[in-house]
Design a protein around this ligand. Structure first.
Ligand code: GLU
Length: 301
């Protein structure tokens, strides 16, 4: 069965080895199943966007031999869609306006979980004007959301206890990653999401949102994160070095090894196109190792 996949980097800096691993895994998984592989630049959080980082990411992907299907989607072109679905949630009574700032919640002693402050629903019944306020999704009746991840197996999260009502749009009018990713995956016809295991728990938030919007839930496959020598996840925030075109072949082969694949001897001597062809033909999803992420990604901060 063909499975449409995607790679969705945030243009907050250049690609690093961890992002190369995510690109490679999503590419092989989609192409192995004769699906389309789409690229989406996740520039929804405009203050965090680094100028020209999106173009650099696309040039890097090309230099590493990746060939995406269709036009690149930019989240900054999608605001009308996010607005439409946010209004639908408000009209359904599933979302509401909130006047609490993170600081005021801290003052009230609201506790925090792995994904940030656990919002207790203070504004749920206040019927505040959505303009000028943040908008949250009501999770009071969500209970435990569970799903089957193709690498990590059964995953679950009790939304009211672990997260509470999460933000869909900030008071400064920035749409949240959670809303953008769920809407885009639906509108782009993505039926299999492959991404880093730091987003494993966030998937439960996405599933609750999909249910409220009447969207089907795609299949999920989370891949083990790449740590640096200090055991910290490689990321732009931890200063991971950008991937370097000059030894693209070696890095592709190293990324295959990280994904538990068994690159044949001498594969790194081929050019990136040859390596990707080999990777698709020999792709074995069942060999991807399970490494638990040490800390989850918090998209509210
Ligand atoms: N934009 C996110 C990142 O660069 C990935 C989100 C996703 O794949 O759902 O980490």
């Amino acid at each position: 069965m063909p499975a449409n996949g995607r790679f969705a980097p945030s243009p907050s800096g250049p690609l690093h080895f961890g992002s190369l691993v995510a690109a490679l895994a999503s590419y092989c998984q989609a192409k192995f199943r004769q699906g389309r592989w789409l690229v989406r630049i996740e520039d929804v959080d405009t203050p965090r966007v680094v100028e020209s980082a999106g173009d650099q990411i696309l040039r890097d992907l090309e230099a590493f031999g990746f060939d995406w299907d269709g036009p690149v989607l930019y989240q900054s072109d999608q605001f009308e869609h996010y607005r439409y679905y946010l209004e639908k949630l408000l009209a359904q009574g599933d979302a509401y306006a909130c006047e609490c700032s993170r600081r005021s919640l801290r003052r009230q002693g609201v506790s925090s979980g792995p994904l940030g402050q656990i919002y207790p629903g203070n504004c749920r019944r206040k019927k505040l004007d959505p303009n000028g306020h943040s908008i949250r999704l009501d999770t009071a009746t969500a209970a435990t959301i569970e799903f089957h991840d193709q690498v990590y197996g059964r995953c679950e999260l009790n939304l009211p206890a672990a997260v509470g009502d999460f933000v869909l749009k900030r008071a400064d009018n920035i749409y949240a990653y959670h809303l953008a990713v769920v809407v885009d995956d639906q509108l782009q016809g993505i039926d299999e999401v492959v991404r880093g295991a730091d987003l494993l728990e966030n998937t439960c938030l996405h599933i609750w949102l999909q249910q409220k919007l009447g969207f089907a839930t795609p299949r999920y496959l989370h891949i083990p994160l790449v740590d640096n020598a200090q055991g910290v996840k490689l990321s732009k925030q931890t200063g991971a070095s950008p991937i370097d075109h000059r030894n693209a072949s070696r890095q592709l082969v190293a990324a295959l090894s990280h994904l538990g694949q068994s690159p044949e001897v001498g594969l790194h001597q081929g050019n990136p196109d040859e390596i990707l062809r080999w990777a698709i033909a020999n792709w074995d999803q069942t060999s991807i190792p399970v490494l638990r992420p040490s800390s989850a990604e918090n998209f509210e901060d």
